[in-house]
Each structure stands twice: as structure tokens, then as C-alpha cells.
Design a protein around this ligand. Structure first.
Ligand code: GLA
Length: 695
């Protein structure tokens, strides 16, 4: 029970104090302190979607001169107007910060992940850092929405160029771009959409990379193809506009059915594993709808991509995009991405590991620094998540099952949250005005955040210990670690494994911090530190007791990734998925969260939505659904030679900066092009043309 008691303090330090009564304790909670002032933020120029783009046929089209001479004039490729859709997507000059661009040059990315292969819809990671964002085009697009006026906020059309709702709001008809082609010239049409939906999303044996499940689009939702370029959605809810966001990256980005389908178990003798792994990184020229195609891969070294000759977006002068001819992804570490971007040997970084902020800021402050660094809002944050499945997800043994039971006990979670000193944790990453106390749930400073609805359990180790005593967890053998009560897990020491990602020092540093803070509580927390892909696989399979991780877009924007805010389906939620018989053993407060999220999706009334998110935040934080740790701002680092970088582009909001900056319309003035291209004047392999790049 939470009872509002009284408010304390002056204007900036207004903390409401409340008391929560447990069986034997009264816990004093407050609202969280306001995050420290952080001034270095640039505001975007706000516009409407139609200011950015439209679909229209232009009188004529252009492309790089060398493509015309070497490929079109020699008969290897059809002329550009035949390669474009009837009405290409046209980016308007008025919204380009530096106007119409020129061709050439490379954006040199550095990433810490490694590609598993190219079957994104079959669940393979390409190593992140913008690779899959660039390869996949999706029905709608949300990254650039950071610059859309709040009252006009709606996903941008992309592969779906328009849509309309039936009168009763249960049907949504979408019209795809007509006559667009995959990068190998194969037509893009509803066959690609239906293969994605029926054989990947609906097939419970396939786990598309970013976790699309049927419930991501609502319970009972149906999708059918009307003709080559029309699809129809049928929803149980009326006007669930919200699902338009789920049709963006990463949950509705179809793959090339003409290549993938023959390998899918429904159409071959392959197992699901063979299907997933049928396109290893060495398989080059995988057909994409994105602006660049992988043409070279050297393990632990580099992935090189060249421009897609069939890309379906142009500028207002009819120049086929992208402007940049090549993309590099150096296979290194995430920390190296910061270092190289600041030094100028790389071109782009999302500065997000707080440990390197001071050094990056110092080096970028120099007028001669090769890159500019721009901070955004506090949209990077971490939480400690507990595995909530009590009925078998991840096949727990006896000890693990006993931990799950604890995770499902409110007093246990309260004890854990009380034992976390967030101030110290934040400062251990970086000193200064960067980190803020994060109690969990929605981030402070975002649209739907409401401080008064946020229950914060201030650091109180003594009370945390008392609560664990009451739960009957006492150190019976005097070794400094509490034991399970006799009869539970053999009365052994309470040992908890903590999953974290070794690709990022922030992840492991915060995890180490949590481990240290659990020691005076008499809990032995054991690091299970895994390299990114292995970590993701274990998290996905439910093989963890606890996990420390960076939070997704749903706690920033709420409208992106909404169905993941609660266990709305058997596999939609990061730390509570179905166990035996595909059943979810939801706790009563989780049922409440699910209902709130469903109500949110079902209404477009802004006042109602704001109210629902207050309730969400209250139920979430009061029940310690996850133990928030810290939140802080990230900075976009980008080499100064690039043009058309939108002002105020955040590194993370509806999507990552790699989508937000609209890379297909970024360019480098001819005189500033340093000649970094590794495969100048070549194209990906296209039947009858191009030819594979010589290595
Ligand atoms: C990783 C990086 C992010 C961003 C994303 C893009 O997660 O840490 O900064 O580049 O990849 O998917």
C-alpha cells in the first residue's frame, strides 16, 4: 500500500515522501531527485512528415556518372529510371540542412559486434552499430521522428507509402511502393511481406532478430495480401495507430523472399537451425532494400558495402540516393569506435559509454578536432532485470528455480533496490552532471515521465538487510552469505548469477557495481559475463537469474516498442516470457501493467495516454519491476566533412542515430572527399552486371 504523506523542500528539490508498509516494515519512499542540469543539448528544427518526404514521379533521374558509363551504357544494368519504382520516395530539399548533395565517399563506422550472418528475419545479428538498420527497410520509419512536431507525431511512410483505416477502425489497408526492386533487381512485393509474416513472425520456431512476435502487432491480428502491392491488417482493437510504430525498425523489415524462402523448413528439408544459418557473413551480395549492399567481409577486420543500384529513394533533382558510394564497418570494439571517431580515423560514434566522456569531450573541444560532438537528452540508461518466469522459461534447475521465486517476491525486490546506491554507481562511471538516479520504468525528461508517479526507494542498506532477514534468508553456516531456508534448494548459500555484455565496459562496470553492493546484503552474486551475441542468446532463451542491461526505446518514447512494456504476449517481454505450455505466469501487478499497456495501445486520446503512463510508472516502480540503475545523455560524434546531419539528432530516441540522421541523404562535398573508398566505381553483384568485387 502506498500512502501519500507530505511534500518536502523547495522548488527544485521537491520530493514527495511516502510510506510503503510491508508485512513487518515501513519503507520510506520518495519521488526521485531531479536529474542534474545538463545544458549541452541542441534542439532539433521541428517539422511535419510531409516537409521531409513525399512519393512522386520526377521528369528525369540521375545517378553517378561512372554507373552510367560503366554499367548502363555497356548494357550491364537497365537505365536508372527503369530501376526506380513508379513513384520513388523523394526527400525534399527544404528539409536537408545543407541541400542537395553530391556523390562519392564513405562513412567509416567502427563496431564492437560481429556478424552472425545475413538472415535478419531468421534471427541473425549482423553485429549492430547500424549495419542491420542500413540493410533493412521497413514498412514505416521512426528514427527521424525526433524532429517531428509533437502534435503531428506518426510514423513516416517507407516501404508502405500510404495507408487507410476502415470506418470501424479494425482494418488497415496499406499500399506498398510499386515497382521497387531488391538490390539484385528482383521485384519487391507482397510475397516478401507475407513470407516475413507467415513463415517468420507467426512461425514459433523462428525468432526474428529484434523479437517480432504476433502479439507485437496485437492479439489476434491478421495480415493478408490483397494484390501485389496491397496488404490488409485486421485488428481486434479499433484504430490501434500504435502498431504503425511496430511496423518500423526492427519488427517489420521484410527479407528477400526469393532468396530466403527456398531455405525455410516449410519449403525445404532444412532444419530451423539450417535456415537461420543459411547465409553466413561470407555470403556476399545478399539482396537488400537498403541503400548499401555487403560486398566484402574479412573476419575481425571489416565489412564493406557498396551502393545499391536499385535503391528507391531520390532527391528533388532526381538524383538516385544514396549520395555516399560506400560504407565501412570496422570490426573492432565499441570503445574503439569512440576513440577513432574522435581521432578522425573513424567517422561516426554514438558516445554512450560514460567512462570515456571526459576524454572524448576534452579532445573534441579543440577547434581543429576532426569530429563534432553533440550531446542529447538522457536517453541511455541501465537496469537490473530479474527473471520473472516461475514456470520453466529457460529450464531452471533447483537453485535457479529458488531464485525465480525470490525474484517474484516483492519484499525481495524491495530489499535489492534499497541496497543499490545509485549516486555512487553513477559516479563510478563518470563524475559531473551526466548521470542521474534512475529508479526504473520510464526515463526522467521524456514525454510520458511523471515524477509524482515515480516511486523511488532511497539507499538504505540496514532496512534492506532487515527485509531479507524477514524473508527467512539467514546466514545459517556463518560464511557471510545468506542461506535459503531449509527445504529450499537444499538450504544452500543464496547465489545469483548476473548476466552482462562484455562488449561494453559500461555493462560490466555497472554489473560489478551491483555485485559489490549485494555483498553487504549477504547475497553472493556471480558474474556471468558473455560476449554480445552469446549474451543475447542466453537472455532470449531465458537462461539468466539476473541481468544488467541497457534499456530499449520503449522507456524513452513509449510509442516505439510499446508491446514490450509488459508481457503482452508469450514472447514480447525481455524478462518474463512463457514457460511450459506457452503459458505466462503473471503476477497480479503484471496483469495490471499488461492491461495498462493494452489500454494505451487502444486509445489515441493524449490525455488518457498520459494518465495511463502515470499509472504504468506507479505500478512499475512501486513493485520494482526492474531495478533502475542510472541514466545519462549520449553524444553523437560525427566527422566534420559530412553534410545534411540534422540538428539535434539524438543518439537514441525512437531509434539509434544511424537511422535518425537519414544516412541515405548524407553527403561529403567533392573537395572534402579524402579518397577512403576501397572499391571505387564498383557495384554489388547483379545478375548480368556488376560482378563481384575482386578481393
Ligand atoms: C549498438 C551500439 C549503439 C548503436 C546500435 C545500432 O547497440 O551500441 O550505439 O550503434 O548498435 O543498432
Amino acid at each position: 500500500m502506498r500512502k501519500h504523506a507530505f511534500a518536502l523542500g523547495g522548488a527544485s528539490l521537491l520530493l514527495s515522501v511516502s510510506f510503503i508498509a510491508t508485512q513487518a516494515q515501513t519503507i520510506e519512499t520518495t519521488t526521485p531527485p531531479d536529474p542534474p542540469e545538463f545544458a549541452a543539448q541542441t534542439e532539433p528544427v521541428f517539422v511535419g512528415v510531409t516537409d521531409i518526404m513525399e512519393y512522386r514521379a520526377l521528369d528525369s533521374y540521375n545517378e553517378p556518372e561512372w554507373i552510367k558509363t560503366n554499367f548502363v551504357d555497356t548494357g550491364k544494368l537497365p537505365p536508372v529510371e527503369e530501376r526506380l519504382p513508379e513513384e520513388p520516395l523523394v526527400f525534399k530539399t527544404g528539409n536537408m540542412p545543407d541541400g542537395v548533395g553530391v556523390y562519392g565517399d564513405v562513412m567509416r563506422h567502427v563496431i564492437g559486434g560481429r556478424p552472425e550472418g545475413w538472415n535478419y528475419i531468421g534471427g541473425q545479428s549482423q553485429g549492430w552499430g547500424g549495419i542491420d538498420i542500413g540493410l533493412s527497410e521497413c514498412l514505416t520509419r521512426t528514427g527521424p521522428l525526433f524532429m517531428i512536431r509533437a502534435e503531428e507525431l506518426e510514423p513516416m511512410p517507407n516501404l508502405a507509402k500510404s495507408w487507410e483505416w476502415s470506418e470501424d477502425g479494425h482494418e488497415l489497408t496499406m499500399h506498398l511502393i510499386e515497382g521497387a526492386k531488391w538490390s539484385d533487381g528482383d521485384p519487391f512485393d507482397t510475397e516478401d511481406i507475407m513470407f516475413y509474416w507467415e513463415d517468420n513472425v507467426l512461425d514459433p520456431n523462428v525468432f526474428p532478430l529484434n523479437g517480432a512476435t504476433p502479439e507485437t502487432f496485437g492479439q489476434g491480428t491478421k495480415l493478408e495480401a490483397i494484390d501485389e502491392y496491397t496488404i490488409k491488417w485486421t485488428f481486434e482493437e479499433a484504430f490501434p495507430n500504435q502498431y504503425l510504430y511496430a511496423m518500423a525498425y526492427g519488427t517489420f523489415c521484410p527479407g528477400p523472399s526469393h532468396i530466403l524462402k527456398p531455405e525455410h523448413p516449410n519449403y525445404s528439408d532444412n532444419t530451423y537451425d539450417q535456415y537461420k544459418n543459411a547465409f553466413p557473413p561470407e555470403y556476399l551480395n545478399i539482396p537488400v532494400m537498403g541503400a548499401w549492399v555487403p560486398v566484402e567481409y574479412r573476419p575481425d577486420d571489416i565489412i564493406v558495402m557498396r551502393r545499391n543500384p536499385y535503391y528507391w529513394k531520390v532527391d528533388e533533382e532526381g538524383n538516385q540516393l544514396p549520395y555516399l558510394d560506400e560504407m565501412h564497418y570496422r570490426l573492432s570494439t565499441w570503445a574503439d569506435r569512440d576513440v577513432q571517431a574522435v581521432a578522425g580515423s573513424g567517422d561516426f560514434s554514438n558516445l554512450e559509454q560514460a567512462e570515456s566522456y571526459v576524454e572524448a569531450l576534452r579532445r573534441s573541444a579543440d577547434d581543429n578536432a576532426p569530429a563534432r560532438l553533440q550531446f542529447g537528452a538522457r536517453t541511455i540508461g541501465y537496469a537490473l532485470r530479474m527473471n520473472f518466469s516461475g514456470n520453466g522459461w529457460g529450464e531452471p534447475d533447483a537453485r535457479e528455480q529458488a531464485i525465480r521465486e525470490l525474484n517474484r517476491t516483492l519484499e525481495f525486490r524491495q530489499a535489492i533496490t534499497l541496497a543499490v546506491d545509485r549516486q555512487r554507481l553513477g559516479e563510478s562511471l563518470v563524475r559531473g552532471p551526466f548521470t542521474a538516479i534512475y529508479p526504473g520504468g520510464l526515463y526522467a525528461g521524456t514525454t510520458y515521465y511523471d515524477k509524482e508517479s515515480t516511486v523511488y526507494y532511497p539507499f538504505n542498506l540496514e532496512q534492506a538487510n532487515a527485509m531479507l532477514d524477514e524473508l527467512g534468508l539467514t546466514d545459517t553456516d556463518g560464511n557471510g552469505v545468506r542461506n535459503f531456508p531449509e527445504g529450499t534448494a537444499g538450504g544452500q548459500d543464496v547465489e545469483i548469477t548476473l548476466l552482462a555484455n562484455t562488449d561494453y565496459s559500461t555493462d560490466t562496470n555497472l554489473a560489478e557495481g551491483v555485485i559489490a553492493m549485494m555483498e553487504p546484503l549477504g547475497l553472493r552474486v556471480i558474474a556471468n559475463f558473455q560476449q554480445g551475441t552469446a549474451r543475447d542468446d542466453m537472455a532470449q532463451a531465458g537462461q539468466f537469474d539476473w541481468s544488467v542491461e541497457r534499456q530499449g526505446a520503449e522507456v524513452v518514447s513509449v510509442v516505439q516498442g510499446t508491446s514490450a512494456l509488459a508481457p503482452t504476449g508469450p514472447r514480447t517481454h525481455p524478462f518474463h516470457r512463457a514457460g511450459e505450455n506457452d503459458e505466462l505466469d503473471l503476477l497480479p501487478f503484471e496483469e495490471e501493467l499488461v492491461q495498462i499497456v493494452r489500454d494505451f495501445i487502444a486509445t489515441s486520446d493524449n490525455a488518457e495516454r498520459a494518465e495511463l503512463m502515470k499509472q504504468y510508472q506507479q505500478v512499475f516502480t512501486e513493485n520494482v519491476y526492474s531495478v533502475g540503475l542510472t541514466q545519462y545523455p549520449g553524444a553523437l560524434i560525427i566527422n566534420k566533412r559530412f553534410r545534411n546531419i540534422p540538428e539535434g539528432a539524438p543518439i537514441f530516441m525512437f531509434n539509434w542515430a544511424e537511422d535518425n540522421i537519414i544516412r541515405e541523404r548524407v553527403y561529403v562535398p567533392t573537395d572534402d572527399q579524402p579518397g577512403h573508398e576501397l572499391h571505387p566505381q564498383t557495384l554489388p553483384d547483379v545478375p548480368g552486371g556488376g560482378g563481384p568485387v575482386e578481393g
